[in-house]
Design a protein around this ligand. Structure first.
Ligand code: ZN
Length: 480
């Protein structure tokens, strides 16, 4: 029997607010342990939470960007459970009446077809603290608790069970990450835990409508792990069923070191949490005016931008894809391309030289030494034929460290490309005179010698000869 996987993802994204969701404590990652806490996020008796307006605005941004309906009225709920990193004994979340519902995002499948993944809901909640099992702090098997993260605002994005393969799960998660970064609401860093992903996985015989028994898979803390862990779990379930066994509903942990999943606990049901409406918070009302303001403030979304790059600049799809992957890179390209006539030249240079330097220097494009206007000046010199591509690369390197403009460097070093036919003819005559054997071989039909002669010519002119003119002159002289 052939089985198909049915996968739904629950993604938690930490919101980039300066303070926590219900108190004024800071949210900076890496602060000294237990330094960002107060009686409210520790759940001391008698304290009252106050909702962070910015966290709500961020959640609405995400809801609008994913085609959700934004509820005019939503409520917070207490999710009760005991865990050492949750001093309150409950988490404030949303259960019935979440803030955003019924949305979708599209992923692009191999071959370019789009597939829509439904979003059941996006709701707001607070994060719990962290258990630290590090030997660097304590001896033996002790566990330490860092409660800094208690009360950090999260959105939980719950997908419909629309995902059918580990690859689709990867693409979907990638799309969400790109989106939260574009929206400026989360840094999307899976390794630091600001984006976390759990998966609900079941399999069913192909053609069957009913869902199989699902397991929940946790602890997949990188993109690569998400794909690998889901793959592993699908295989595990398939082998179980094929051997005549059955899948037990439970929570599984992905062990990245061993590359396998381990059962953690039997899966709890929603009623185990004894959800009830949070008595310390009034219902959340979103008026239409605020929602519209947020809608108007949304940036151009990645897919719209990609489409524009193809339509407006005439870029190949591949280029548009690479350039819109990160919002800041897309902005840089856009700002440069507006000033340069040749969009494809700009694209080649951003994808090639600029991205290479970012990678080498391990920096963000916002820290890149050359700003769009200065970069455009360099590209325009090349587009106009004033400098050759080879010289442009030299100037580019000089601009990275010197802070001088391309025009200044060209003037200072006398790098202007030589297109004067008379000058080039002279140089060609000298090359022909100096290499009689090679010239003879070329005239006997050895085409590859031409490249050697061009190389000699460029060397003689310090790379300044206009390659097009140089080629033409050399060809015609050799033909005589
Ligand atoms: Zn606090």
């Amino acid at each position: 029997m052939k089985y198909e996987p049915v996968i739904g993802l629950e993604v938690h994204a930490q919101l980039l607010t300066e303070s926590k969701i219900f108190c004024r404590c800071g949210t900076a990652f890496g602060a000294p342990q237990n330094s960002q806490v107060c009686p409210i996020c520790l759940g001391m008796p008698g304290v009252l939470p106050v909702l962070n307006r910015q966290a709500v605005a961020f959640a609405i941004r995400m809801g609008l960007a994913t085609n959700c309906r934004i509820a005019a009225h939503s409520i917070f709920a207490r999710k009760n459970y005991f865990y050492p990193d949750l001093p309150k004994g409950y988490q404030i979340s949303q259960y019935e009446e979440p803030l955003c519902e019924n949305g979708w995002v599209e992923i692009e499948m191999e071959g370019g077809a789009l597939k829509r993944i439904g979003l059941t809901r996006i709701h707001l909640e607070e994060d719990a603290g962290k258990s630290v099992h590090a030997e660097e702090y304590v001896a033996g098997n002790e566990t330490l608790i860092d409660v800094n993260r208690c009360g950090t605002p999260l959105i939980e994005i719950v997908s419909e069970p629309d995902i059918r393969s580990p690859r689709e799960a990867y693409l979907y998660l990638n799309r969400l990450r790109q989106l939260v970064r574009y929206l400026g609401i989360c840094d999307g860093n899976m390794e630091e835990g600001s984006l976390r992903c759990d998966a609900n996985i079941s399999i069913r015989p192909i053609g069957e409508e009913k869902f199989g028994v699902k397991t929940e898979l946790k602890n997949m803390n990188s993109f690569r792990n998400v794909e690998k862990a889901i793959e592993f779990e699908i295989n595990r379930q398939t082998q179980l069923l094929e051997a005549g066994g059955r899948v037990v509903q439970q929570t599984m942990l992905w062990d990245a070191n061993d590359g396998k999943v381990l059962p953690m606990r039997s899966k709890e049901e929603a009623h185990d949490y004894r959800y009830f409406p949070e008595p310390d918070l009034v219902p959340l009302r979103i008026d239409e005016k605020w929602r519209e303001e947020i809608q108007a403030s949304l940036p151009e979304l990645p897919w719209a931008r990609r489409h524009r790059f193809i339509e407006h600049y005439g870029l190949p799809k591949y280029d548009a894809e690479v350039l819109t992957e990160e919002q800041a890179v897309a902005e840089f390209f856009d700002a440069t391309a507006r000033l340069v006539k040749d969009a494809k030249l700009t694209s080649n240079w951003v994808m090639g030289e600029v991205l290479r330097v970012l990678k080498e220097q391990k920096i963000d494009i916002t820290q890149f030494a050359i700003k769009p206007a200065a970069f455009a000046e360099l590209l325009n010199l090349m587009a106009a034929g004033t400098i050759s591509a080879k010289i442009a690369k030299e100037i580019f390197e000089a601009m990275l460290t010197g802070g001088k403009s391309a025009k200044t460097i060209v003037a200072e070093k006398g790098l202007v490309q030589v297109s004067d036919t008379g000058v080039i003819e002279k140089a060609v005559d000298a090359i022909i005179a100096a290499h009689p054997q090679e010239v003879a071989r070329y005239r006997n039909g050895e085409e590859k010698v031409f490249g050697f002669l061009v190389g000699q010519l460029m060397k003689a002119t310090q790379g300044k000869a206009n390659p097009k003119v140089a080629n033409e002159v050399l060809r015609s002289k050799l033909a005589n």
